[in-house]
Design a protein around this ligand. Structure first.
Ligand code: UFG
Length: 343
């Protein structure tokens, strides 16, 4: 794709969206953001503009389900491609609010496809998740391994993938790349951009560790010490959010390699246990982090690790940032922004 093309980023103020906006702006793309700020704040986009030394060309505060407003965004901008992040993403919450999860995640995607089709925009990078593999029986996972979603969040992402694949089958010219991320963590190396969980007690392990290290929470609960893993704690494939952002920029550049739908894992291929992550975070922050091993968290699986081979072969690319860099950057963001972004 030539530089100076316009990319519409839904959910552009969110954790992965904001880092991807920086990556796109840094590489000469014009960026139009759509976000309803349901799990983000405008302050993130101010930081994006500061890091990239130029802002997105426009920011539209709309809900994707507001089809008229979405259509006006496409009327206003000549959009070349779309990156679709906007979604609900908490596994636990999805079990409580399945209707809302399908509505936002699947309904938001079909509303977007409607607007894209009506405006002749046929190029899409879709934010999918390794959670679709569910209770995986093997490590590492390739894209050919079966989807077995175990909660409405994962099921909604899998459903979106199937909708997108079918649309690509029936509507000529559509190119879709779905990226199944493993566990994105870390922050921009400037310390200006990072993950700001909405809740005072984060769900995810990395922001939780950061808050324990900062003394804002007393200790980490390690959910389960009896998994069939080397040290008994859950194993995940943590990937630096800057590598995830780079992956999206490359996905845009490779959208036209083939028409139709393609799916890639975005992970490092390295599994890390909760205790290994804790040790790495202690190295990064230089202080001990209190923890206790507690019961397993309902719905958790023992291990999820990517086979990143397909994307490596297709794009001649692999992730560059290791676990120590992930922890260092997450800690820097925590230290510089103890209360998140100013609002
Ligand atoms: N964990 C703890 N203590 C905590 C939080 C987590 O021990 O306080 C453990 C979990 O049991 C798991 C590992 O840390 O073994 C990672 O847990 P996270 O909650 O950070 O991440 P998950 O793997 O559960 O899920 C995350 C996102 C999902 C997404 C999935 C894969 O929350 O939205 O990655 O993309 F689908």
């Amino acid at each position: 794709m030539p530089a100076r093309t316009t990319v519409l980023v839904t959910g552009g103020a969110g954790f992965i969206g904001s880092h991807t906006c920086v990556e796109l702006l840094d590489h000469g793309y014009d960026v139009v953001v759509v976000d309803d700020y349901s799990n983000s704040v405008p302050g993130a986009l101010e930081r994006v503009a500061k890091i990239a030394a130029r802002p997105p060309v426009a920011v539209h505060e709309i809900d994707l389900l507001d089809r008229r407003a979405l259509s006006r965004v496409f009327d206003e901008h000549r959009v070349d491609a779309v990156i679709h992040f906007a979604a609900r993403k908490a596994v636990g919450e999805s079990v409580e609010l399945p209707v809302e999860y399908y509505d936002t995640n699947v309904g938001g995607t079909t509303a977007l496809l409607h607007a894209m089709r009506d405006h002749g925009v046929h190029r899409l990078v879709f934010s999918s998740s390794c959670s679709i593999y569910g209770d995986a029986t093997k490590v590492p996972l390739t894209e050919a391994d079966p989807a077995r979603p175990t909660n409405p969040y994962a099921a909604s992402k899998w459903l979106c993938e199937q909708v997108l694949a079918d649309i690509c089958r029936h509507l000529a010219g559509f190119s879709v790349l779905a990226l199944r991320y493993f566990n994105p963590v870390g922050a921009h190396p400037s310390g200006l951009l990072g993950e700001v969980p909405r809740k005072a007690v984060p769900n995810n392990v990395m922001p939780y560790l950061a808050r324990v290290a900062a003394g804002r929470l007393p200790r980490l609960s390690v959910f389960g010490g009896d998994y069939p893993t080397a040290d008994g704690t859950g194993v995940r494939d943590y990937i630096h959010v800057m590598d995830v952002a780079e992956g999206h920029r490359l996905a845009l550049e490779h959208l036209d390699d083939e028409v139709g739908m393609r799916v890639f894992n975005l992970g490092t291929g390295r599994g890390t246990s909760v205790l290994e992550l804790l040790a790495a975070f202690q190295r990064a922050c230089g202080r001990p982090i209190p923890y206790e091993v507690t019961d397993r968290r309902p719905g958790d699986v023992p291990a999820l690790v990517a086979d990143p081979g397909a994307v490596a072969r297709a794009w001649n690319w692999s992730t560059a940032r290791d676990l120590d860099v992930m922890c260092r950057d997450a800690w820097r963001f925590q230290e510089l922004n103890p209360s998140g972004y100013p609002n």
